[in-house]
Design a protein around this ligand. Sequence first.
Ligand SMILES: O=C(O)CCC(=O)C(=O)O
Length: 222
Amino acid sequence: MGSDYEVPVYFQEDLFKVLGEERPDHRWIIIGPAGSGSSFHVDPNSTSAWNAVIKGAKKWVMFPPEVPPPGVHPSADGAEVTSPVSIMEWFMNFYGACRTWKKRPIECVCRAGDIVFVPNGWWHLVINLEESIAITQNYVSRRNLLNVLDFLKRPNASELVSGTKDRVNLHDKFRNAIDAAYPGTISQLEVEAQQKAADRKKKVAFWDSAVDSNTGGFKFSF
Ligand SMILES: O=C(O)CCC(=O)C(=O)O
């Protein structure tokens, strides 16, 4: 079945490929009746994903990583997520309230031919509005490589890492394989990340200096 479709052009960088047979599970066909779906979760191993609808209609609700959805309680180490309500109950009890939040969820309905991108770390819930068939793949690109490496290196990697038998050594195997296939890439991304962090700090420092800390208003001088 894998040869029956092509990965959309935007998602073709798939760095877990360097692990060959040892790569974590990464693609699924998802078939469900109307009303079925997936309750709130974050995708495995800090990967990003795309999800393409072949038939039917799927409603998506997404929250950014720093906003756990109401009614969802992730453990501090991120190993477990307790969502005591079903998808339907979530819509009935929590959906209305969070639509007026400042950081309200991003929502869409995908139908046959539509593809949604799920950035790494984003919370998402999906409900099939009709009987639906979809294909999804999780992947690592240069954009989220450092996040994935950090995730695989966490002290509780043996509980957190999923889709593979060798959870503890995955970090070293992946890092070494990336270094061999794309020498210098990791260190270049690390330098770029440091530069970005320094730029962000500078921006904050500039605004701090431009704003009067007593009034919160702007300082003007002529
Ligand atoms: O298509 C679906 O029902 C949800 C898929 C999903 O959330 C996932 O693969 O992480």
